[in-house]
Design a protein around this ligand. Sequence first.
Ligand code: SF4
Ligand SMILES: [Zn+2]
Length: 111
Amino acid sequence: MDWRSGAACTGIAPGLFLPPLPPRGDPRPALEYCRRCPVLMECAESSLRVGRRHGVVAGVWLSVDPGAREVLREISAGRVRQRRCVRCWRVLDATATERSCELCGFAEVPV
Ligand code: SF4
Ligand SMILES: [Zn+2]
C-alpha cells in the first residue's frame, strides 16, 4: 500500500502546505497535521528523493526553516533530534541562543 494512504493530510487542500514566505505566510495550520502524522518518516524520505524545496512537508517548512534538508534527513532516518517549538511544532534554529519561537512567541521551548 502506498504510504500516502496513511497521511494525516489526506483530503486537505494542498494550498495549506504551501504558505507564502514570511512575514505573510503561516505554516502552523500545516504543522498541526504533520505533528500527528503516522507517515512522517516516509514523507521526509519521499521529499528528499524528489528534491522538494518549497512548502511544508514532514513538519519542515522547506524554503524557510534553518537546515531544512538536514532536518528532513534526520526525520527520514528515524532520528528526532530536531529542536521544535512545543506549541506550534516549528523547527527552531538549533544554533540560536534565543529560546522563543518567532511564530507564536512561546518561550518555553526545549533545549
Ligand atoms: S508529514 Fe505532513 S505533509 Fe507529510 S504526509 Fe504527513 S501531514 Fe502530509
Ligand atoms: Zn511556536
